[in-house]
Design a protein around this ligand. Structure first.
Ligand SMILES: [Zn+2]
Length: 56
């Protein structure tokens, strides 16, 4: 079984977040070439909805 590591990406412009293998070329929300940051939840104490606000 191969599991693709999914990453939670957040648009630095509009704050839109989504989960994907790679950051999109264009933001699904803005429709522009936004910059995306990795906000995946890596820490074990992060019980949030898959994102870690401390990384933003
Ligand atoms: Zn955006």
């Amino acid at each position: 079984m191969t599991q693709i590591p999914m990453v939670t990406w957040k648009c630095t412009k509009c704050g839109y977040t989504y989960t994907a293998e790679k950051p999109a070329e264009t933001c699904p929300e803005c429709g522009e070439k936004c910059e995306f940051v990795d906000v995946s939840c890596y820490t074990p104490d992060c019980a949030g909805p898959g994102t870690d606000d401390r990384l933003v």
